[in-house]
Design a protein. Structure first.
Length: 96
């Protein structure tokens, strides 16, 4: 039994070391799972923000298009009014 005692003691030490290593690894896994959860949450929030910004961009693009068409319509109306006034002047000159 005397010769097996150092072997048993060595095995106990290895078991204790393995148990400690297992606990450290389990803690590390839990920490990494927590980090994954946080990163997934941040990614989801960024996707939602990106979707919101894309929607705002669409709205702004439509508003800009509408504004451009309004300005074009206003410009066209002004040009037509100028032409009508010029035609009226011409008619007035012909009637004299």
């Amino acid at each position: 039994m005397n010769t097996s005692e150092p072997t048993v003691s060595g095995i106990k030490q290895k078991i204790n070391a393995l148990a400690l290593q297992r606990k450290e690894l389990a803690d590390r896994v839990a920490s990494l799972e927590n980090e994954i959860s946080k990163l997934e949450s941040a990614a989801r929030e960024q996707r939602e923000e990106m979707d919101s910004m894309a929607e705002k961009s669409k709205v702004l693009t439509m508003a800009k298009t509408l504004k451009s068409s309004d300005q074009l319509a206003t410009g066209s109306k002004q040009k037509i009014n100028e032409l009508v006034r010029e035609i009226d002047r011409c008619i007035a000159l012909l009637n004299k």
